[in-house]
Design a protein. Structure first.
Length: 328
């Protein structure tokens, strides 16, 4: 069995750079009193030794570096991409330096927090989407002011969080279909280990119970349009509406229903979620829940600014908007 590799510490860096431990600490914290040649020598040692700071110690410093780190823990498609761009734009507008870590799929749950956070940063914005965050999320948020985008943690949390109310959107979708006369609404769910899919699923169940309607859930297990295609062959004969967990799944439903000779909305009405670009150009144009992904990113930056000014952690929930088109 191989011996454990010892983690590089401040003393190792100090010895390699020929300076004191206190000087290394000042450099990694961004304190400007260190002479530039000395700072460069220390940073060379940091890179060569692959030194990673102790995140717990980082929280003891109130020094501002003028930088914010964005951790992207979701695939950057559609809405997530718009939110990421908005975050970067708003940070740049405030004159802040931006760095980014993209957490590859499958690495998130076991990632070392020190590998995700740069040597010195004032705050962290995490774009996440899983129902249960990876352990590194708690480590980071305990040490550095952090805003979580896309999920509101349950119970007390040191994190400030911003999200869009997926549950409410699903309730609106079901109520709209019921108002259009639907009595057998099928839900094509996304992957339920994602917060968005889980909340939309819960909203569907709640709204159907409230309206006295039966429930049937067909699990796509994916956000991709192709995952919905075979599910349309499993529709109950009396189904008269489909609430798809996102617009991509709704696209799969529309195509599959058309190939089966099922009229939309004459036979089966279809509602999506997101209002992705082109949703209005489908045939028929898709009724969906619009999410303001740009505003979500802007609110995340505003929330981090408040956190850095010493305000307590908070949660902000934005509301989706029902956009009615010809698919219902």
């Amino acid at each position: 069995m191989s011996p454990a590799v010892r983690r590089v510490n401040l003393r190792d860096v100090a010895e390699a750079a020929g300076v004191s431990i206190q000087t290394v600490s000042r450099v990694v914290r961004g304190v400007s009193v260190v002479a530039e040649p000395t700072r460069e020598r220390v940073m060379t040692a940091v890179r060569e030794l692959n030194y990673q700071p102790n995140l717990a110690a980082r929280s003891l410093s109130a020094h501002r570096t003028g930088s914010v780190h964005v951790i992207v823990a979701v695939p950057l498609f559609h809405g997530h991409a718009a939110t990421f761009v908005a975050i970067c734009q708003r940070l740049a507008d405030r004159g802040l330096h931006i760095s980014t870590t993209v957490v590859p799929p499958g690495v998130g749950p076991t990632a070392d927090a020190a590998d995700l956070v740069p040597l010195s940063t004032d705050g962290i914005i995490i774009i996440g989407g899983r129902t249960e965050p990876a352990p590194w999320v708690d480590v980071v948020s305990a040490a550095i002011p952090t805003v979580l985008v896309g999920r509101i943690p349950h119970g007390e949390s040191p994190m400030t969080s911003v999200a869009i109310d997926q549950h409410e959107g699903a309730v609106h979708a079901v109520r709209h279909l019921a108002e259009r006369g639907a009595r057998k609404i099928i839900h094509v769910s996304g992957p339920l280990d994602w917060t968005d899919a889980a909340e939309r699923h819960a909203g569907y169940l709640e709204a159907c119970a409230e309206l006295g309607l039966p429930t049937t859930v067909l699990a796509a297990g994916s956000w991709d349009a192709a995952a919905a295609v075979p599910l349309m062959g499993q529709l109950p004969a009396d189904a008269d509406a489909v609430f798809a967990a996102n617009d991509q799944l709704a696209i799969g439903c529309l195509g599959a229903l058309h190939r089966r000779g099922v009229g939309v909305p004459a036979d089966v009405a279809v509602v999506g979620f997101d209002d992705m670009a082109g949703a209005d150009a489908l045939w028929p144009p898709l009724t969906t829940l619009r999410q303001d992904f740009t505003r979500l990113g802007e609110v995340a930056v505003e929330a981090l600014s408040a956190k850095l000014e010493g305000e307590p952690s908070s949660s902000t929930m934005l509301r989706p908007t029902l956009v009615v088109r010809e698919s219902t």
